[in-house]
Design a protein around this ligand. Structure first.
Ligand SMILES: Nc1nc2c(c(=O)[nH]1)N[C@H]1C(S)=C(S)[C@@H](COP(=O)(O)OP(=O)(O)OC[C@H]3O[C@@H](n4cnc5c(=O)[nH]c(N)nc54)[C@H](O)[C@@H]3O)O[C@H]1N2
Ligand SMILES: Nc1nc2c(c(=O)[nH]1)N[C@H]1C(S)=C(S)[C@@H](COP(=O)(O)OP(=O)(O)OC[C@H]3O[C@@H](n4cnc5c(=O)[nH]c(N)nc54)[C@H](O)[C@@H]3O)O[C@H]1N2
Ligand code: SF4
Ligand SMILES: [Mo]
Length: 703
């Protein structure tokens, strides 16, 4: 028996783990109580890491799709040669943009992807670069770029000291926090309540978080902007603002929100004017309050306005950069402050077919299918997907799936055959998480406490396997060498040198050269992680704007506030669709592990009993759900937890109906893909998909 420390990289909580090994096999997994950030927290998904590790369906060597649609093994050398020659040839003949890249969510959870995957993407120099960002947090990044000068300078609630946490569109009891790395949210919430603090939740569903909150208010999907702007309106009307000296544009914000009264918020959102007023006052009076909005408010038609209004609430009440308010981190590897990550940009170019703006070098993934199916100069002919499943995770995924069939070439870097990678010509599987070193370059930047932790691989790399960074290195150097027109020699040599440096050595170099002067040796000597203390006030010094001021009233947002002003009231009898997450799901994958999928079914359409009665539906019966783009058939489950007029489907389901038969569990796991209903035409101004509030009709599917 042997104890080894490890880490869970599945979600943003980055929990520290302790594995018990017996003759090389995992016999127990528990949370590490010595970890200064996660303090012993663990959820069922971490235990399932061993299932991924042992899963016979997980690819361990490259496979190529045959003409008959079967998969055959292919050697690494042959596979890499095939990918490199196809990509280079297509780019030589049709231009750089003919090869598109899609980077899925697990990229941010892999050190090798962060250090080397991003380099592969930039080597391809294609405007057709896409990622899960535009179906997720893009509005938050755009707002931070515009007002704080850097896309990742995103304040996080100082949850350990706050007295008043106001949450819009997040369910951290299930998700364990997002753009807020807070591993043991349930415990920190208990502590918050024990010291007399309050948690206020706005959500169209009475979620696990809503149930644990001091107060929960139903809000009609997609209308949070009215509530948030009305709160700002109250702050100005009642003279409750106290912005710091480095904040510019408060007067412009006051004018912009003047028309957004609490009464108007009530008419649109269903949240009473009295509640809006009371909460705005309580919030301003608290002295240690934090407003926080997450995916429920970023994936909606006014996601950017919402993300901005949340920042305004914090900034205008003096809660930005104050203990107990919304604060910025000081990570041991400061990708933001050192300029290693781009500050971001917006609208530098537009997509070919729909003219949608790029954001931070990426186009909205909602238009990827358009770029594949629309002929002409710049048409996408080849696709590289890395750790993603856009057929299940992007709006009208079904159409994207069909479009993938028309590509000249598709290669996926992934260790599962999923709804997306099943369309690839070639799949290149990297080692799994327990076989590689980890340092979290991203989530230390977004954590509720400053800590640093390096975790060596639990298992050695199996013979013949490749780490993801090695795959990226070989693809990038291969394509660079094979292109007819090559970058200048000096640039090429520098890129090659960077690609040859392993992720771990890159981390060592980044640590050593940062202000805190930590070394890999020091981190290795403290595998549970080093505590660097609570968040500290850092403003205005940490702002990345040139003039070190917060620019609270950017034009892009103000224009969208005008657009909001013109939206008509929703009709009373319409039904709208939202998504949800369960503690034992992880986006569209991890569904091959029995441990996580057994138990009570959780794929159903949740619906308020009154809405069911109005349509003559009975609890548990199969129904059709129809939107502009499609129809699905699924069982309906009656629950008073849903706001009347709102129905909910989980995201990441629908394996069986998509024909991914090689997943063991596909047949056993019922459900449909919510993104066969969501609409690629519904976008936020940032280009982010507006998943929340899709108009649908629900009818009986009984014969
Ligand atoms: N309607 C609706 N749609 C949504 C959402 C929603 O709430 N509602 N949520 C959105 C959000 S927030 C996100 S982040 C996206 C997620 O969407 P995607 O990022 O497109 O999809 P995932 O399900 O995360 O895809 C995971 C894939 O990565 C592979 N993978 C896992 N680990 C690794 C690894 O280390 N290396 C490699 N190479 N591959 C790996 C898995 O095998 C799996 O195939 O979905 C979005 N879509
Ligand atoms: N267990 C688990 N944890 C995860 C993931 C997972 O798949 N499973 N995914 C990870 C990823 S990639 C991400 S991005 C994070 C997301 O983290 P969270 O943002 O906490 O994600 P959700 O649980 O989807 O919570 C979104 C909430 O918004 C609500 N909502 C929907 N529409 C609206 C609206 O219009 N207004 C308001 N106010 N609320 C609305 C939904 O009912 C839901 O409760 O979670 C991460 N953690
Ligand atoms: S909350 Fe669960 S999935 Fe997320 S990092 Fe912790 S153990 Fe892993
Ligand atoms: Mo996400």
């Amino acid at each position: 028996m042997q104890k080894r420390l490890g880490v869970c990289n599945l979600c943003e909580a980055i929990c520290g783990l302790e594995f018990t090994l017996d003759e090389g096999a995992i016999t127990a997994v528990r949370g590490n109580p010595q970890d200064p950030l996660s303090r012993g927290h663990i959820c069922p998904k971490a235990v399932a890491l061993q299932d991924i590790h042992n899963d016979a369906d997980r690819l361990r060597a490259p496979v190529r799709r045959t003409a008959e649609g079967a998969w055959e093994p292919i050697s690494w050398n042959e596979a890499l040669e095939l990918a490199v020659s196809k990509i280079a040839a297509i780019q030589d003949e049709h231009g750089n943009d003919a090869v598109a890249v899609y980077l899925g969510n697990p990229n941010v959870h892999s050190l090798g992807s962060m250090t080397h995957g991003t380099q592969l993407a930039s080597t391809l120099r294609s405007k057709n670069t896409y990622s899960a960002t535009s179906v997720d947090q893009l509005p938050h990044q755009l707002v931070s770029h515009l007002i704080y000068g850097h896309q990742l300078l995103i304040p996080v609630p100082d949850i350990d000291r706050t007295e008043y946490l106001m949450v819009f569109g997040a369910n951290p009891m299930a998700s364990n926090g997002s753009l807020m790395t807070v591993p043991d949210f349930p415990k920190r919430l208990r502590e918050l309540k024990a010291r007399g603090g309050k948690l206020i939740v706005f959500d169209p569903r009475r979620t696990e978080t809503a149930k644990a909150a001091t107060e929960h208010h139903f809000v009609r999907p997609g209308t949070d902007a009215y509530v948030l702007l009305a709160m700002l309106n109250v702050l100005f009307a009642e003279d409750l603002t106290a912005p710091a000296a480095y904040i510019e544009g408060a007067g412009t914000v006051r004018d912009a929100v003047a028309a957004f009264t609490p009464e108007r918020a009530e008419a649109h959102s269903g949240v009473s004017a009295e509640v809006v007023r009371r909460i705005a006052r309580e919030y301003a009076a608290s002295g240690a309050a934090a407003a926080y909005g997450r995916i429920g408010v970023s994936t909606q038609a006014f996601g950017t306005v919402c993300a901005w209004a949340v920042q305004c609430l914090n900034a205008l009440t003096g809660n930005l950069d104050r203990p107990g308010g919304a604060m910025l981190t000081e990570p041991a590897i400061d990708l933001v402050g050192r300029g290693i990550l781009s500050r971001g940009h917006f609208g530098k170019w537009r997509s070919r077919v729909r003219g949608l703006p790029e954001a931070n070098g990426e186009l909205p993934v909602a238009t990827l299918a358009d770029e594949i199916v629309t002929p002409g100069q710049g048409q996408v002919r080849a696709l590289v997907t890395i750790a993603g499943n856009p057929v299940l995770s992007t709006p009208d995924g079904k159409r994207l799936g069909a479009a993938l069939g028309g590509l000249d070439f598709m290669v996926a870097v992934d260790y599962y055959i999923n709804e997306t990678t099943q369309h690839a010509d070639l799949i290149l599987p990297p080692t799994a998480a327990l076989e590689r070193d980890h340092y979290d370059l991203v989530f230390h930047i977004l954590a509720v406490r400053n800590t640093a932790r390096f975790t060596p691989a639990l298992f050695p790399k199996p013979e013949g396997a490749r780490h993801d960074w090695e795959i990226f290195r070989d693809l990038a150097t291969g394509v660079m060498a094979r292109r007819k027109r090559q970058p200048p020699l000096k640039k090429r040599l520098m890129a090659q040198a960077r690609l040859r440096l392993s992720p771990t050595l890159t981390v060592a170099a980044l640590l050593r050269t940062d202000k805190r002067k930590l070394t890999l040796k020091k981190l290795k000597a403290a595998p549970q992680g080093l505590d660097l203390g609570p968040l500290r006030p850092t403003l205005p010094g940490r702002l990345q704007t040139k003039d070190k001021r917060v620019h609270l009233a950017p034009r892009v947002v103000l224009d969208d506030v005008h657009r909001l002003d013109a939206v008509p009231l929703p009709s009373a009898d319409a039904l709208v669709l939202i998504g949800r997450r369960h503690q034992r799901d992880n986006n569209s994958w991890m569904h091959n592990t029995e441990r996580l999928t057994k138990g009570k079914p959780r794929h159903q359409l949740l619906m308020n009993p009154d809405d069911m009665a109005a349509r003559g539906l009975t609890d548990g019966e199969p129904v059709t759900v129809t939107s502009r783009v499609g129809t699905v058939t699924v069982e309906a489950l009656a629950t008073g937890d849903m706001m009347p007029g709102v129905v909910s489907l989980p995201h990441g389901y629908g394996h069986a109906s998509k024909g991914v038969s090689h997943l063991n569990n596909a047949e056993k796991l019922p459900g449909v893909s919510i993104n066969d209903l969501t609409d690629p035409e519904l976008l936020d101004v940032s280009g982010n998909a507006a998943f929340s509030g899709v108009p649908v009709e629900v009818a009986s599917a009984m014969p």
